[in-house]
Design a protein around this ligand. Structure first.
Ligand code: KET
Length: 398
């Protein structure tokens, strides 16, 4: 019956975790998946999360079905983080927000909505992008195309080409954007460039879909949301998927949100209804635990403040690792330019290593990065950064 079923080649990012676990090299380093490890190489539990967990556990509370849209406090937390606490659109009821199963769940519900209500729209993603963007939209029968983005030659952005490309697209086409900490390149648009991008989007009647999975890891919570808030100021329709996997270190709890900014409160009500109907027919309603943690941390003033400072210390540690990696590589290979390491933002660095060099790092040194040369800087620490830098220098010089 099932012999005609294709074998699955495995996921290029998540598959690395199994390979890493199976490697017996005591010096092995995991720089594959986008996960933040602390200075001791451990996955942290944030202090604000520990406190929220204590409150949830004392007393242990029942587990009812949540509403299809998730907890009100989780949704409010997403909205205030993305649009700002005092945003007028929130007061006016223009935003339909649901709690989702991670950022991935938000993308999936958004893709299903687009397929149903904008069946002729194509979705354009940056070249390159997070591979699952393409899989999720295609999996919802939305046709996916690529727009010019990363410029290999300069390590910057093909900005003029990108703008010219947007200027050829059709009304209602979806433009998937990374508001901060672009995955996989770490190369972000400047504020001025965002303004230009959003102006073309507005002029051609395109719909921005902003996927923000690293808010707080770039500059700060507000600056990282610049593109989102600018689109709102310009009165654009807008989809935003957000993830708490990284900035709350809650990967396995699968918490995120999907927000759709509408022109009127009535539109927002219609969209909200269709989003929760989408949830109902895919997984019915979200789980309780992660939503409760998000609700507590986002809505308790003191815990929220503590959370922000914890995110910023993760951000700063990543930045210090960028500097350290750069200085060792520069000393080893003075003729090569490693400025990209400190110019790029967020968890990732696009190193430009060839697939063969990435493979050598894996087999000879037990160092895992994605085959497209993406290195997760958040997996480095003072104990392994020299080892990684030396290994990189060795494969680069060969
Ligand atoms: N969007 C982006 C841009 C992203 O990098 C990830 C995860 C997600 C959404 C998904 O978020 P989640 O809340 O986990 O559903 N990226 C890392 C993990 C992965 O591939 O799933 C990564 O790129 O390594």
């Amino acid at each position: 019956m099932f012999t005609r079923i294709d074998y699955y080649a495995g996921d290029p990012i998540l598959g690395l975790m199994d390979k890493f676990a199976a490697n017996t090299n005591p010096r092995k380093v995991n720089l594959g998946v986008g996960v933040y490890y602390d200075e001791n190489g451990k996955l942290p539990v944030l202090e604000c999360v520990k406190e929220a967990e204590q409150r949830i556990a004392n007393p242990i509370s029942p587990r009812p079905y949540l509403p299809m849209e998730g907890l009100a406090g989780h949704r409010k937390g997403c909205q205030e983080l993305l649009f700002g606490r005092d945003a007028q659109i929130l007061k006016d009821g223009l935003v339909a927000t649901i709690a989702t199963i991670g950022g991935s769940g938000a993308l999936k519900i958004g893709a299903e909505f687009i397929n149903q209500w904008f069946p002729h729209a194509k979705c354009y993603v940056s070249d390159p992008t997070w591979g699952n963007h393409i899989a999720i939209f295609e999996g919802s029968n939305v046709e996916v195309g690529k727009y010019p983005y990363y410029d290999k030659a300069t390590g910057g952005i093909k900005f003029d080409e990108m703008i010219a490309f947007f200027d050829t697209l059709n009304k209602d086409d979806i433009i998937l954007l990374h508001p901060c900490c672009h995955n996989p390149t770490g190369v972000d648009l400047t504020k001025e460039q965002w303004d230009t991008v959003l102006t073309v989007i507005q002029k051609r009647g395109l719909i921005p879909f902003m996927d923000i999975a690293y808010q707080g890891f770039g500059e700060d919570m507000d600056s990282d949301a610049y593109a989102i808030r600018k689109a709102v100021d310009m009165g654009l329709p807008l989809f935003v998927s957000n993830s708490f996997s990284k900035n709350l270190s809650l990967y396995g709890e699968r918490v995120g949100g999907l927000s759709v900014v509408c022109a009127t409160a009535d539109e927002a009500k219609r969209v909200f209804g269709q989003l929760i109907f989408g949830v109902r027919r895919i997984y019915s309603s979200p789980p309780t635990h992660g939503g409760r943690v998000v609700d507590i941390v986002m809505n308790d003033e003191a815990l929220h403040e503590q959370w922000i400072s914890e995110v910023y210390s993760m951000r700063d540690r990543i930045k210090s690792m960028r500097l350290k990696l750069k200085s060792v590589l520069e000393a080893k290979i003075p003729e090569r330019n490693f400025d990209y390491l400190t110019k790029q933002n967020g968890m990732f660095s696009f190193t430009g290593l060839t697939p063969e060099q990435v493979e050598r790092l894996q087999s000879e040194f037990g160092i895992y990065m994605v085959s497209n040369s993406r290195l997760c800087v958040a997996g480095l620490n003072t104990s392994n950064v020299d080892y990684v830098a030396n290994a990189m220098a060795e494969v680069l010089k060969a």
